[in-house]
Design a protein around this ligand. Structure first.
Ligand code: DAT
Ligand code: MG
Length: 150
């Protein structure tokens, strides 16, 4: 099933110069970018994005961190894209994330785990609409698609 998922590279990924590495992994997998935006999040948007965690002990620190510098907001499309990106990310705590995953290969701590990816198709729909207008999502045909999709 072709799906879309929302992916955000967090301030640590940007500061560490890991945008290319992570975008490269998603591209190599065959996922197709359909939207990208580099920005510093307004606090209100950060709080809306992480609304499910409101009230938890780590929430204030999470918000401060996510608005502390620019992030790369993206929408990626592909086969089973939501679960596929979650698998590529690895577990939330990089110490539990397997080698070969983004967090497992590149990160040390939960509070600096480089990447957000939607956890369900419903979350993806909600998150995409929080960050992008319809006209910012680009439908395009990729010439290599027949080498990924039969
Ligand atoms: P994920 O990012 O894997 O979807 P999540 O939705 O449970 O994980 O949490 C969102 C982010 O909040 C997570 O990437 C890092 C931060 N976070 C979660 N649990 C935390 C904890 N126990 N201590 C510190 N930060 C935490
Ligand atoms: Mg989550």
């Amino acid at each position: 099933m072709i799906e879309r998922t929302f992916v955000l590279l967090k301030p640590d990924a940007v500061q560490r110069g890991l945008m290319g590495e992570i975008v490269g992994r998603l591209e190599s997998k065959g996922l197709k970018p359909v939207a990208m935006k580099f920005m510093r999040l307004p606090k209100e948007l950060a709080e809306r994005h992480y609304a499910e965690h409101k009230g938890k002990s780590f929430f204030p620190g999470l918000i401060e961190y996510i608005i502390s510098g620019p992030v790369l907001c993206m929408v990626w499309e592909g086969e089973n894209a939501v679960a596929s990106v979650r698998t590529m990310m690895g577990k939330t705590n990089p110490q539990d994330a397997l080698p070969g995953t983004i967090r497992g290969d590149l990160c040390q701590q939960t509070g600096r785990n480089a990447i957000h990816g939607s956890d369900s198709v419903d979350s993806a729909r909600r998150e995409i609409s929080n960050f992008f207008n319809d006209y910012e999502i680009t439908e395009w045909k990729r010439s290599i698609d027949p080498w990924f999709f039969e």
